[in-house]
Design a protein around this ligand. Structure first.
Ligand SMILES: [Cu+2]
Length: 365
């Protein structure tokens, strides 16, 4: 009895004195989900894809609308999230917003699964380091129609639309044109970028070599206190974040569906409509977990931040000077963009700790 009271008192003290959240969500790796838990997540994602478009969606940047697609009222709430990522592409990549925005985006999406689709599970992540040696043989490509993510190479005769797993039916995407989920695993995706020589010095690189356990563990150990260097390693060209996107081809890599407008093909592959792919959420939860591990690896990392608000990829020299954004510089008081879909008024400081009252989640390991 005394122990129970003591532990109760301790938890009350912990939540009031240190601002810890009372019921923390523990995110788990996809392969540690039971088949029923996997099916529940897939069901919730497909539920989002059948909810109506939210009229409060607006574009902040507008490049995506100008080049690929305007906001379509013939779309779903799931498509609204894909649109937000597409529209904000130039302000959330290669800027100081990369880690905090994607943390907020994955969390907001998970809240929507719960609040709008009755999802009661936790956000899954895909630890692709475990599968890096042989990505194509990974268990994640299960063909099971209720609990499987589906094949890594879609049907070649059908524009690489995924033909197995939970997303092969009742799952249509609106951007840039209506199409089914597409994947086309390619071990050497950077060959397509060979013309951008400075940015892609190793076009024949096997992309899986960039996301091994050793590469990620070294990055976490090596950039103590160096937020800019850490972000550049994870997000930079031919780095692990981009390699997972590009190795899967199709939607996750920003390759255009066959009926897309010509301007889409002129700009492909581009990191815009990658959130069409449900794996986007598992991939970005993993990227978030790597940042979380780095934050926890050393006291000098926990609150480290340095980043600008303006993406500058005009020349390779400019990129090397501003790999995570040129001035004006961002601070903990800077407000995250929302496109009317995410909750307004969230600051970088609000999302710096995952375990505080605001986000209230952690990772199993
Ligand atoms: Cu992104």
């Amino acid at each position: 009895m005394t122990l129970v009271i003591l532990s109760f008192l301790f938890s009350v003290l912990a939540s009031t004195a240190w601002g810890a959240c009372s019921s923390i969500e523990v995110r788990r790796e996809w392969r540690n989900f039971t088949p029923a838990e996997k099916a529940a997540w897939i069901d919730a994602v497909k539920c989002m894809a059948h909810l109506p478009h939210n009229d409060s969606l607006y574009s902040t940047v507008g490049d995506f609308a100008a080049t690929f697609a305007n906001i379509s009222s013939n779309s779903s709430y799931y498509d609204d999230y894909a649109y937000v990522h597409s529209d904000l592409n130039p302000v959330i990549h290669f800027t100081g917003l990369f880690f905090p925005f994607h943390r907020y985006f994955v969390w907001s999406y998970n809240q929507a699964l719960k609040n709008r689709c009755g999802y009661t599970g936790v956000a899954p992540y895909w630890d692709w380091t475990i599968d890096s040696a042989n990505v194509l043989q990974a268990g994640i490509w299960s063909d099971d129609p209720t609990s499987g993510i589906g094949q890594a190479v879609g049907i070649a005769g059908n524009d690489f639309v995924v033909g197995t797993g939970g997303f092969s039916s009742n799952f249509t995407l609106a951007y840039p044109v209506s199409h089914g989920l597409r994947r086309n695993f390619t071990l050497q995706p950077y060959i397509d970028f060979a013309a951008d020589g400075d940015f892609f010095p190793e076009p024949y690189l096997d992309a899986n070599a960039t996301f091994t356990p050793e590469a990620i563990n070294q990055a976490i150990a090596n950039y103590t206190g160096d937020y800019k260097g850490f972000q550049k390693f994870i997000e930079g060209f031919e780095g692990p974040h981009g390699s997972v996107h590009e190795i899967l081809g199709g939607d996750l890599a920003g390759y255009c569906p066959e009926d897309a407008p010509e301007t889409c093909f002129e700009n492909e592959p581009s990191p815009t409509f990658s959130a069409n792919e449900p794996l986007f959420w598992l991939h970005h939860a993993m990227v978030d977990r790597i940042w979380w591990r780095w934050q926890n690896a050393h006291p000098n990392n926990t609150n480290a931040f340095f980043g600008g608000s303006v993406q500058n990829l005009t020349t390779y020299a400019a990129y090397l000077e501003y790999p995570n954004g040129a001035p004006p510089y961002l601070s903990m008081d800077s407000i995250l963009p929302t496109d009317g879909i995410l909750a307004e008024g969230t600051t970088l400081g609000n999302v710096w700790s995952t375990e505080g009252d605001f986000l209230c989640y952690t990772y199993a390991d």
